[in-house]
Structures are given as C-alpha cells and as structure tokens.
Design a binder for this molecule. Structure first.
Ligand SMILES: [Zn+2]
Length: 295
C-alpha cells in the first residue's frame, strides 16, 4: 500500500521523472505543436514516455499538462478543450503509474503578466488555474506548480490548488544574478519566495528549470533549506541552456548530472527529478548512482 505523498517524501528522497517536452520531440511532435493535445491524439506516445521513465526508476511521474490552462491552449485555438486534454493526461499518467507510484499534476505558467504589468488581475489567473486543476484532482497524489518566475502568478496557482485536498508544491526558476545570488527573471529572491509561500500555506517548495545547472540547483536548495523546513523539490535542467542557431540545447550527460545527486539530497531536496533536456537515461543514472532506492 502506497503511503500518502507528504508522508512518503518526508521519509526519503522521492525520484521524479525527467522532461516530457524533449521526449515528445523525440517522438516526432512538431515545433509549436500543442503538447497537451497529444494526450488525446497520440495517447500511446504519452503513455510510452511515462512507461520509459518508470522503467528508468521514477517513483513519481508528472502529467503532460504543463501548458494546459485555457490561456495556453487558446494560443493553439484549443481553449475550449481544457477538460478533455487534462482529463486524458491524468488518465494516462494514472494508468502508467499503477498503484505503487505517484502521479503529480503538473501546472505551468500562462505566459501572461499579472496587472499592472499585464492586463489580467491575479484572481483571473487563479480562476484559469482552478479550471485546469479541477480536471486533475481525481486521481493525482499532489499538484506541482512549476517554472514560475513571477510571485503573483505562482500565488494565484497556489490559491487555486489549495482549494483541493491535494498537497501543493510551488516551484520557481532561477537565474544567477551577479552580486545578488539567484533570482527569477522577474526579480524574485529565494527569500521572498519562501516567505510568501509559507504564508500561503504550501506543502512544499522547489526549484526547476531556469538558466542554471545542477551545481547551481544544489546551492539554491541549500539556501532554501536554511530558510524553511518544508519539503523541497529539485528538478535541474540538463545543464545551462545553450542557444545554437534557433534551438536551445541542454548538454549535460546523465553521468555528469548524477555525480551531483547525493549533494542535492544532502542540501535538503526531498523530491528529485529532471527538467529540460533530461531523459529516461538521466533518471536511470540518478537512480543507479545516487543511492536513491527504487523498486
Ligand atoms: Zn525546464
């Protein structure tokens, strides 16, 4: 019998999966195509990717719903299919995870700015997140709101997610800021993030993606751990992004990344996975060389 998610992550490090986008690319999704639509049009591919991660050792998997809000889907003219895509994603992940592994509902940024930088108010963001989340709760073990750079948007997501009974983890993407440590591109410091999220009553905080590599992520997690006793999620990219022509490349190998995994756990990470550029081979290396026990 599987333990409740929060109980499990407080016990020992939980190994999450790696990137979904990179894997969809490898399976032929075209640039600019809607990833969430593939939950319906290519369910066998999404299922296969989940299965590949589980075979590699992932004890938890993220749903293919990162850009599944109405506002994100609107950019593909698919805004009225929020329920269809998100429900399908949850079904696929749940099936792949079976009874023994965890499914984490993945919520990403809307690519809009909260008023006054943008036109939409914070409560409108919360409503858009609430709509997506309403299709992800029945069968998920937790909700992760990820890759956020603006605190107002993250808080809107947290407030929407807190309306469910599921544990809520809130994660931001950092970039090195000379002389100031790490900040998000919207200028949020680790300290500001932790303070605000503790006030919002989140169940876990974290960092994923960003223009940092795994060695930076070890430092970010260490700083978070000095500020909070909340569980911490860490999903480093496969290296700092490198722009080659019109594409972005992530070039850290599974072996290079895996070397840092024990340090990441010691720094205070409770959930470890991979973001952009990481593959099932990365997760396999994390599982084999990190001391994380996988069934
Ligand atoms: Zn990423």
């Amino acid at each position: 019998m599987k333990k409740p998610f929060l109980e499990r992550i407080k016990e020992s490090v939980l190994l999450l999966d790696g990137a979904m986008g990179t894997q969809l690319d490898a399976h032929g999704i075209a640039p600019g195509e809607c990833h969430e639509e593939w939950n319906v049009s290519h369910p066998e591919v999404v299922k296969q990717i989940h299965a590949d991660y589980i075979r590699a050792g992932s004890q938890a998997i993220l749903t293919n719903t990162f850009q599944g809000t109405r506002w994100c889907l609107d950019r593909h003219g698919l805004g009225d299919r929020v329920g269809e895509f998100n429900s399908a994603a949850l079904r696929l992940a749940r099936k792949a995870a079976g009874k023994g592994r965890y499914v984490v509902a993945d919520i990403g940024p809307t690519a809009q700015f909260v008023y006054p930088l943008g036109e939409k108010r914070q409560d409108e963001f919360a409503e858009v997140f609430r709509e997506e989340i309403s299709f992800l709760t029945d069968g998920a073990d937790a909700i992760a709101i990820q890759t956020m750079t603006a605190l107002e948007e993250l808080v809107a997501g947290v407030r929407a997610a807190k309306q469910t009974r599921l544990p809520v983890i809130a994660s931001m993407s950092f970039t090195p800021d000379v002389g100031k440590g790490y900040r998000t591109i919207m200028g949020v410091s680790i300290e500001q993030m932790v303070r605000q999220l503790e006030e919002e009553g989140v169940d876990g905080i974290g960092t994923n993606c960003g223009t940092v590599d795994i060695a930076d992520v070890v430092k970010i997690v260490r700083q978070m751990r000095q500020l909070t006793s909340l569980p911490i999620l860490a999903e480093p990219n496969a290296g700092r992004p490198i722009i080659v022509g019109e594409t972005t490349v992530f070039d850290q190998t599974p072996e290079i990344m895996a070397v840092h995994i024990p340090a990441l756990a010691v720094a205070g990470a409770n959930i470890i996975g991979g973001c952009c550029g990481t593959t099932p081979d990365h997760i396999r290396a994390f599982a084999e060389k990190s001391g994380i026990e996988t069934p």
